[in-house]
Design a protein around this ligand. Structure first.
Ligand code: SAM
Length: 284
């Protein structure tokens, strides 16, 4: 079958199976199958797919129609301009998490902290998305990334190696910030699990079925991990250091309460006006 016909059949199949953005998914999976870019798809509409290519495309489409996120099929997701490896061992990095990076860079740019000797902890690094983005932007920062999950850390290490950040980021398998010295970090950043099991039915089915449960759910209420992280961050931060955390609108009020004895507490919205980044400064 010709490329354009395969693509059209795939769009119809994904549409019939109610996969969102069927054309985008059909194109993405064909690019993955043929190891090409979108321009190639449109430059060679009459190219015949080999039997092997057709079979691999069919397998990828079947996975997608059964709900597997496209990123777990292709093994890639872009974050902060970095192509990251993703597997079902890690959460798929989301665009809204880039606001965490923006907040950190904003503090550094406003010269509230010296850029040349920064020590940063990324708690719950998953694929390494936040740690790698900060390594890319802050060439002199010393970055430590923690995760409780050993398979997640394997992916984060692979991503760091792919982007030549292997010697810039130190990875630690630990519970939040356990084992770190007091008063030693300028920033503690985190996109922790923050969804409550009580709101599980409001979480997209694909997330519930395919993303790691301990990356998404914190406990019954959603604040359980953050409740432990805030005092640990306070101990690990230098006086005047910043905690920058991704949160959701559901828990924003409780998080504000938990940060009430911190300085300069602010919750910033994402592009959809949902409270998304909580930032607070450890008193000097
Ligand atoms: C929401 S994911 C964030 C992943 C990545 N930072 C990102 O933004 O894409 C949360 C991560 O925290 C990790 N995690 C969960 N509980 C943890 C704990 N007690 N200590 C350290 N990491 C934890 C999970 O394994 C998961 O990788």
């Amino acid at each position: 079958m010709q490329l354009k016909d395969s693509l059209n059949v795939a769009v119809s199949r994904l549409t019939a199976d109610r996969v969102p953005s069927p054309r985008m998914n059909a194109e993405l999976l064909l690019m993955f199958t043929l190891n090409c870019d979108r321009a190639y798809l449109y430059a060679h509409p009459e190219r015949e797919l080999t039997a092997d290519e057709s079979s691999r495309y069919d397998t990828a489409l079947s996975e997608r129609t059964r709900g597997v996120p496209a990123q777990y099929i292709t093994g890639h997701q872009e974050f902060w301009g970095l192509d990251l490896i993703v597997t079902p061992a890690v959460l798929i990095p989301r665009p809204e998490t880039e606001h965490v990076i923006e907040s950190v860079l904003d503090f550094v740019a406003r010269a509230l902290l010296p850029a040349n000797s920064l020590r940063i902890a990324d708690v719950g690094t998953g694929s390494g998305a936040i740690a790698l983005a900060l390594a890319k932007e802050l060439a002199h920062a010393e970055i430590h990334a923690t995760d409780i999950s050993s398979p997640a850390l394997e992916i984060a290490r692979a991503n760091a190696a792919c982007h030549q950040f292997g010697d810039r980021i130190q990875f630690h398998q630990t519970d939040l910030l356990a084992g770190f010295e007091r008063n030693s970090f300028d920033f503690v950043v985190s996109n922790p699990p923050y969804v409550g099991e009580s709101e599980e039915d409001q979480v997209q089915l694909e997330v519930r079925r395919f993303e790691p449960r301990n990356a998404v759910f914190a406990g019954p209420m959603g604040t359980e991990v953050i409740e432990r992280l805030i005092p640990q961050a306070r101990a690990a931060l230098k006086p005047g250091g910043w905690l920058v955390m991704e949160i959701s609108g559901t828990i924003a009020e409780q998080v504000g309460e938990l940060l009430k004895d911190w300085d300069q507490v602010q919750v910033k919205p994402d592009l959809r006006s949902i409270p998304r980044v909580a930032q607070a400064r450890k008193p000097r």
